[in-house]
Design a protein around this ligand. Structure first.
Ligand code: ADP
Ligand code: ZN
Length: 245
């Protein structure tokens, strides 16, 4: 059986023990030399969602943001949303089985054929292993890094639109009308988990569970480190320079 160390783009005909074999998504895509199957890693507040949205528009590849998907499930009140709610609100990670199921279903959809940007997944070693076992090739993993003080100020000033998921910042990227989404015209929200006490918990969880994934992907030779300091344009330029899409 293949292991992740054998290379990201090889296919694993593996199944999770005790469960039905995982479907192998994107039969055609697996054979296509596309370069846009990306994973964005980085701490909460690092700005990866903003960059993922930008790149997603630029190259017409979907952004798969697990945080957005979970919040949508929570506000719709689905069974998955109900299970996820207390974890998201308190800044802990939603159980792996739940996120893995959501991501796997999303990756099977047709619009994934030309690539995707996984924003917020994987966040644990178990999720990274599951992604590998889905047989989805990954071309590049971008690890965004930033000083913790700046992270905290970015998160605490962040406001989001619950409808279109656009991200604003009260000082660095304010909407035209204070507190209102430019696109949807509805009030922006200050996410519960973007408040100081929960932010602290999220940063701890990140260091413990997610930061080790940089070593996981480093071993596979597909990891790029991106300095996330500076303006949105500065960071976007660094992504282009590092990746040369
Ligand atoms: P940020 O970009 O600031 O890290 P997200 O919107 O990506 O925030 O995630 C918000 C919350 O959603 C996380 O704190 C966690 O509770 C949950 N979540 C998102 N992605 C995952 C994941 N891959 N595994 C477990 N929980 C997740
Ligand atoms: Zn909006």
């Amino acid at each position: 059986m293949l292991t992740p160390e054998d290379g990201l783009n090889q296919r694993a005909d593996a199944s999770v023990e005790g469960e039905a074999p995982l479907a192998l998504p994107m039969e055609g895509a697996l054979l296509t030399p596309i370069k846009m199957r990306l994973v964005f890693l980085g701490s909460p507040g690092v700005g990866k969602g903003t960059q993922a949205k930008r790149l997603s528009k630029q190259y017409s590849v979907p952004q798969v943001a697990t945080g957005d998907m979970l919040r949508a499930a929570i506000s719709k009140g689905t069974a998955e949303g109900k299970e996820a709610k207390s974890y998201v609100d308190s800044g802990r990670l939603v159980p792996d089985h739940l996120v893995i199921r959501i991501v796997q279903a999303r990756l099977l959809e047709d619009d994934m054929r030309n690539g995707f940007i996984l924003d917020g997944f994987p966040r644990t070693k178990e999720q990274a292993d599951a992604l590998f076992e889905m047989g989805v090739g990954i071309d590049k993993v971008l690890n965004f890094y930033l000083d913790e003080k700046i992270l905290v100020s970015r998160i605490e000033g962040r406001r989001t639109c619950s409808k279109c998921n656009e991200i604003y910042h009260m000082d660095y990227h304010p909407p035209v009308v204070v507190g209102i989404c430019d696109r949807c015209g509805i009030p922006l929200i200050h996410r519960k988990d973007d408040k100081a006490a929960v932010v602290k918990e999220r940063l701890i969880v990140y260091q413990k569970e997610t930061a080790p994934l940089t070593q996981y992907y480093e071993k596979q030779g597909c990891l790029f480190h991106i300095d996330a300091n500076g303006s949105v344009e500065d960071v976007a330029r660094r992504i282009q320079d590092a990746c040369r899409f």
